[in-house]
Design a protein around this ligand. Structure first.
Ligand SMILES: [Zn+2]
Ligand SMILES: [Zn+2]
Length: 229
């Protein structure tokens, strides 16, 4: 291979671009595991107890699984993917959550469905980062490719600008099912890049359940405690 090609395709740290695979050692050192969290919605709680919301008004999802806290160099990597056109980051980060996606999708006939961007936002960005993350996570986990079974029908204001209460209202009816046929009787593994309150995953789960999904399990790469931007 010519030197420039070797250089172009050299493995890069997803966060800082230095020579390394996935994350270089200093960047990987900033990864923080989610730790004890609500078993339904992944909100950090003492001793992994059910959070107050889930004991009163649980989300429509069976559970939300998240391996990491949003922060440190993982946050930098996700920002590079979303805002700096570094699409290779989706591949580089795949090993960080593929095992969890695989575990969630272990029930027979489970389908992996990424939470889609609104077409206008995708057009502006040129790609849908969650779709890319999902594609590479499935490939790394030896799963069938993700399915584009949802459509975002409202280009709601970014969740990061809103309070928790506004988030739920903001997203009501934001998603619809593109094709109900493959969904009935299946477990759907709903993937997103970053989860905060779970409002986006919940809004996306509603039409899937209405279309006959037996269960919806959310998996995100990172959990933010406040707006990730
Ligand atoms: Zn690095
Ligand atoms: Zn909870």
């Amino acid at each position: 291979m010519p030197t420039w090609l070797t250089w172009m395709f050299r493995p890069q740290c997803a966060a800082c671009g230095s020579l390394a695979t996935t994350l270089c050692e200093p960047c990987a050192g900033t990864l923080v595991e989610l730790g004890p969290a609500c078993p339904r919605c992944a909100e950090p709680t003492t001793a992994g107890r059910l959070c107050p919301r889930c004991t009163t008004v649980p989300l429509p999802l069976e559970q939300i699984l998240v391996p990491w806290r949003f922060g440190g160099q993982l946050a930098s990597a996700i920002r590079r993917l979303k805002f700096a056109h570094k699409t290779h980051v989706a591949r580089d980060l795949a090993p960080l959550w593929a095992p969890l996606v695989a575990a969630a999708a272990s029930s027979a006939g489970a389908l992996v469905v990424p939470v889609p961007l609104h077409w206008r936002r995708r057009l502006r960005r040129g790609y849908d980062q969650t779709w890319l993350l999902a594609t590479h996570a499935c490939r790394t986990a030896n799963l069938a490719p993700p399915r584009a079974l949802l459509r975002r029908i409202r280009d709601a204001p970014p969740q990061s600008t809103l309070s928790a209460a506004q988030r739920l209202v903001n997203l009501e009816g934001a998603f619809e099912v593109r094709d109900p046929r493959p969904i009935a009787g299946r477990t759907i593994i709903l993937l997103d890049d970053v989860v905060t309150t779970g409002a986006t995953l919940a809004a996306a789960a509603v039409p899937l359940i209405a279309a006959g999904a037996t269960a919806v399990i959310g998996v995100a790469l990172a959990r933010a405690t406040s707006a990730p931007g």
